[in-house]
Design a binder for this molecule. Structure first.
Ligand code: C5P
Length: 402
């Protein structure tokens, strides 16, 4: 197991009864070799004494941006840290982080932090279920932050349900797992196709589709963060990956995407085909802008190459191929037969019937199907979190667990 030796961690403690668990969390982090700088909101300090946490962390605890004698630089702390963990995170602080309000030491440091940020919410079940909270969690995840899932059980109110902060041992295990998987795809070469394609009609017009490229770009970033060598063949999309080590090959049409993908896949271990490729293109591309002379205009369309089927057909032993299916009816059966036809090892199904899933949304709800006929359903999540789930499944396949 990766350890946390030498990792510089900021621990933000906000005002929840679960703050009493922060003492064991600090102890476990220190025991795992981390340096811990505790930050607390004023209400966090009402639940557990800063003296307890400063004794355990062997550092002063900051509860304010300014103290009597100094300014506690949230910018410096944000740059110093290898990770920031906010645990417990109340509904109020979650809402502030989700909309970028920086009115205390934790929210201000969060905005300055360049490191990975983890958040472990703690609240009552109705607060946790409220659409506003659900939306705030998705927003925070959508910015690339990591949710440490809440537990189910007895809550301080006496009610029983979801909303308990993860146990300190679970939080530490989550952090271990995060650093462990940082290199889990090291040495692997991954091709990802993403975005729409534009099929030219004349120099001005094209046939396109509504794909934003968000899912494929999120996959490229997530795979690069796990150490993979990623080449992203990207159709016309306004998005670009955040991770600078992702190699981008911009293309416009299905034909261009086909040629680029074939070339890259020759040398790749894994292909993930997230592009929404146009099935047909105009037979003729006019060299001049077409004039509006007649009342009707006929375009004859011819079939585009099926990139997935080409790559699937020529797949070498040891190469893996993952495709997507967007279905509107008989979803599972259609997706499974598409997987077989295109020789995908895994297929990711997203349904247009699910609210929040599909083109242009920041969220997606997927089901993954493999050769084993098992149905792996995931809940609605940000596309960044969905990308991590897809990569976890690919790694399981790679490691022989699927
Ligand atoms: O056949 P359908 O378009 O539904 O299949 C979807 C899957 O096939 C996606 O993974 C998509 O990227 C891929 N595909 C492709 N080339 C095409 C059409 C689809 O790679 N021409």
């Amino acid at each position: 197991m990766a350890n946390l030796t030498g990792k510089k961690m900021l621990l933000g403690v906000t005002g929840s009864i679960a703050a009493y668990k922060s003492a064991s969390l600090v102890r476990l982090l220190i025991k795992a070799g981390a340096e811990v700088q505790v930050l607390m909101t004023k209400s966090g300090a009402d639940f557990i004494s800063p003296l307890t946490l400063s004794t355990l962390s062997k550092r002063p605890v900051y509860t304010d941006i300014t103290s009597e004698e100094s300014w506690n630089s949230h910018v410096e702390m944000g740059l110093w840290a290898d990770a920031m963990v906010v645990a417990p995170l109340t509904a109020a602080s979650l809402a502030k982080m989700a909309c970028g309000m920086s009115d205390n030491i934790i929210t201000a440091t969060y905005l300055s932090a360049r490191c990975p940020v983890f958040f472990a919410p703690a609240m009552d079940l109705d607060m946790w279920q409220h659409p506003a909270t659900r939306e705030n969690v998705r927003r925070l995840q959508g910015f690339g932050n990591h949710l440490i899932p809440v537990g189910h059980g007895e809550l301080a109110s006496g009610l029983v349900g979801e909303g308990r902060m993860a146990e300190p041992e679970e939080i530490v295990a989550y952090l271990h797992h995060f650093w462990e998987r940082q290199q889990s795809l090291a040495g692997k070469k991954i091709l990802i196709t993403a975005g729409p394609t534009y099929e030219p009609i004349d120099p001005v017009r094209f046939i396109g589709n509504r794909s934003s490229g968000k899912m494929g770009v999120a996959l490229a970033d997530a795979a690069a963060r796990r150490g993979a060598e990623v080449t992203l063949v990207l159709g016309p999309s306004r998005l670009l990956p955040r991770e600078s080590q992702v190699k981008v090959i911009p293309v416009q049409s299905a034909g261009e995407m086909h040629r680029a993908a074939q070339e890259v896949f020759k040398d790749a271990d894994i292909g993930i085909l997230a592009a929404a490729v146009a099935d047909y293109r105009p037979r003729e591309v006019s060299a001049q802008k077409i004039k509006k002379t007649g009342d009707t205009l006929r375009l004859e369309l011819v079939k585009n190459p099926d990139i997935a089927a080409t790559l699937g057909g020529g797949k070498a032993p040891g190469q893996w191929l993952v495709g997507f299916a967007l279905e509107t009816d008989n979803e599972l059966a259609n997706a499974q037969s598409k997987r077989e036809k295109k020789n995908f090892d895994l297929i990711v199904l997203n349904s247009l019937q699910d609210e929040g899933a599909g083109f242009h949304y920041d969220t997606n709800k997927i089901t993954i199907l493999g050769k084993d006929n098992k149905i792996r359903k995931f809940e609605l999540k940000s596309k960044l979190a969905v990308a991590e789930d897809i990569l976890d499944e690919i790694e399981a396949l790679w490691n022989g667990k699927i």
